[in-house]
Design a protein around this ligand. Structure first.
Ligand SMILES: [Mg+2]
Length: 289
């Protein structure tokens, strides 16, 4: 396990890392994150919007979770929010694209997707294909609300996204173009990506990058987690949320052993390998009441 010995910040991607794409985290992951928040600072940085952070993660954390140690960076770190007991989740900064840039991006995305044959017929699309998130524009091949199963079948090898990413980047050299979720391309201001988010957090908390560790599913060059690896932060690639949960439990076990050097066999409550298996979410944007 390539985790820094002096680990102080554990950072995660969201979709296909903490949770299946656009699904809530599992109760087991909620419990594991809560345990982590008692030990280290936790950053979640993702291409998703703040609203997704709320419905996928925050609403599913145990009430006892220490939110003061949780840092949220939606839209690839172009926004940063922290918990304030008096005001709730409070924006620390937001790096928005100019309105003119956002119109140009939308036009180029549609034009290039049509030229490459990846602009699906309307009847195959669920919700908006191009979403204006202020600080980020996102293209989703099958629309924002497409079922997870269909999304995974759309571009399993990543070829469609790669071709579109390269074509769009060529026309928008002043912006950052990255492949995000299973059908999506994210566009932000240049130099504003997940590595920027980790650097900002390092400054805010006064914690060296060498004491940070990042877990994501797209650490390949061209993936939206790659800038973190390129920055030199230690990283770990997972295939899905199930693999991520196993990894988090292993880290918790290690942190716990470190905290109890004379009684290493006594883990914190909830950190033993006793969780039931995680059910894969097939498409449940919000947990049923
Ligand atoms: Mg991901």
């Amino acid at each position: 396990m390539d985790v820094p010995k002096n680990l102080r910040v554990l950072a995660f991607d969201l979709d296909d890392t903490l949770a299946e794409s656009k699904c809530p985290i599992s109760p087991q992951m909620g419990s594991a994150l809560s345990d982590l928040l008692g030990q280290v600072q936790v950053l979640i940085i993702s291409g998703g919007t703040y609203n997704q952070f709320e419905t996928q993660v925050v609403e599913h954390l145990p009430r006892s979770a220490d939110l003061s140690n949780l840092h949220l960076m939606p839209t690839c770190g172009t926004r940063y929010l922290r918990w304030d007991p008096a005001h709730g989740w409070t924006e620390q900064y937001s790096h928005d694209l100019e309105p003119g840039q956002r119109r140009t991006v939308a036009k180029v995305l549609e034009q290039e997707a049509r030229a490459l044959g990846v602009w699906e017929p309307q009847e195959n699309v669920f919700g908006p294909r191009i979403e204006d998130r202020g600080s980020q524009m996102t293209f989703s091949g099958l629309g924002q609300s497409a079922p997870t199963g269909l999304k995974k079948l759309w571009d399993p090898g990543g070829d469609k996204r790669d071709r579109l990413r390269v074509a769009v980047q060529r026309l928008l050299p002043d912006l950052e173009v990255r492949s995000g979720g299973s059908t999506s391309i994210d566009i932000t201001r240049k130099g504003i990506d997940k590595s920027h988010g980790l650097q900002m957090l390092s400054q805010v908390l006064g914690i060296e990058l060498s004491a940070m560790h990042f877990v994501g599913d797209r650490l390949d060059p061209g993936g939206n987690d790659y800038p973190v690896k390129a920055l030199g932060v230690s990283t770990f690639q997972v295939e899905n949320a199930q693999a991520c949960l196993q990894y988090v439990r292993a880290i918790l076990d290690r942190l716990t052993l470190g905290a109890h050097p004379r009684n290493g066999s006594k883990p914190l409550p909830g950190t033993r390998g006793e969780y039931p298996p995680t059910e894969l979410c097939t498409f449940a944007p919000k947990a049923q009441p």
